[in-house]
Design a protein around this ligand. Structure first.
Ligand SMILES: CC(C)(COP(=O)(O)OP(=O)(O)OC[C@H]1O[C@@H](n2cnc3c(N)ncnc32)[C@H](O)[C@@H]1OP(=O)(O)O)[C@@H](O)C(=O)NCCC(=O)NCCS
Length: 240
């Protein structure tokens, strides 16, 4: 086979981030463009710096997280990495004390963008903690270079994850960020549980906040693959 899937290694993290940046900027993912400065920049120097900085942060997070794995697909004809994904294989409840409270510390301190990204990130973590407080597999990100799409690279990585999940008898979860991702996951046995647009609920947002929500919406479909790919009693796999 021309494409080969394997686990990633720390020393290639800058290559993986190059692929993620190329994938998430075509089409541009609105919330990712808020979270990762540089990804939407037309200035090559700003784009490259943003990618470099995120690769360094990704490496630190990876080294600090024993549950994390990166998976890559290589075109064996050329040796080029064409697709990457970031996973967490949680062999225990990752949220024994509930959701952590994180700060998107690389965005300018005191700015509304930082406040907004921090709010959305913590809302996502709260949702994850309330739904996934048991061993499971979490697919965090997945991207294929635009010129290599539609050739089965993402499906190969999903098969890698599914084999892991089935061998451990775990459920798998992903926040599918757009309809393209959703299609790939559905094909691989994931079911859509619900859709959401994460917005500020607990206080009346001001006009700056509403502008941020409109410009950088976080809209996602929560998807899960039941244990062994079996659907459950209510047809969604969501019985918890
Ligand atoms: C989603 C993504 C990772 C799929 O990668 P891929 O390697 O092209 O996926 P595959 O080749 O395994 O394709 C699986 C299916 O998705 C379809 N597909 C892939 N990319 C597509 C696109 N851009 N538009 C519509 N369908 C697409 C394929 O045609 C295939 O469907 P088919 O078997 O019915 O033909 C890739 O489109 C991407 O990087 N998107 C941007 C980042 C992103 O949205 N990531 C997922 C966030 S949840």
């Amino acid at each position: 086979m021309r494409f080969q899937v394997s686990e990633g290694t720390f020393n290639e993290i800058h290559d993986y981030l190059s692929i993620m940046f190329a994938a998430y900027s075509d089409p541009l993912h609105p919330f990712v463009s808020a979270l990762l400065p540089g990804i939407s920049s037309q200035d090559p120097a700003i784009y490259t710096q943003g990618k470099y900085d995120e690769a360094e942060r990704a490496l630190s997070r990876w080294k600090a997280n024993p549950f994390e794995k990166w998976v890559k697909v290589v075109d064996t004809n050329t040796g080029e990495i064409v697709s990457v994904s970031r996973w967490q294989i949680y062999t225990r409840n990752p949220f024994p004390n509930g959701a952590p409270n994180v700060e998107v510390a690389w965005l300018p301190d005191g700015g509304r963008l930082r406040e907004y990204c921090t709010y959305i990130t913590n809302s996502r973590l709260e949702r994850q903690a309330s739904r996934c407080s048991f061993p499971h597999i979490w697919l965090n990100m997945m991207g294929t270079l635009p010129q290599h799409r539609g050739r089965g690279a993402a499906s190969l990585m999903l098969k890698w994850g599914i084999e892991k999940a089935d061998s451990l008898d775990y459920e798998m979860f992903v926040e599918a960020a757009d309809s393209t991702g959703g299609h790939v996951y559905r094909q691989m046995g994931f079911v859509a549980v619900d859709e959401y647009w994460t917005r500020r609920l607990e206080s009346e947002p001001d006009s700056d906040w509403i502008e941020l929500e409109e410009k950088y919406p976080f809209k996602a479909t929560w998807m899960m693959r039941p244990k062994q790919g079996r659907s459950t009693v209510n047809g969604t796999g969501v019985g918890r």
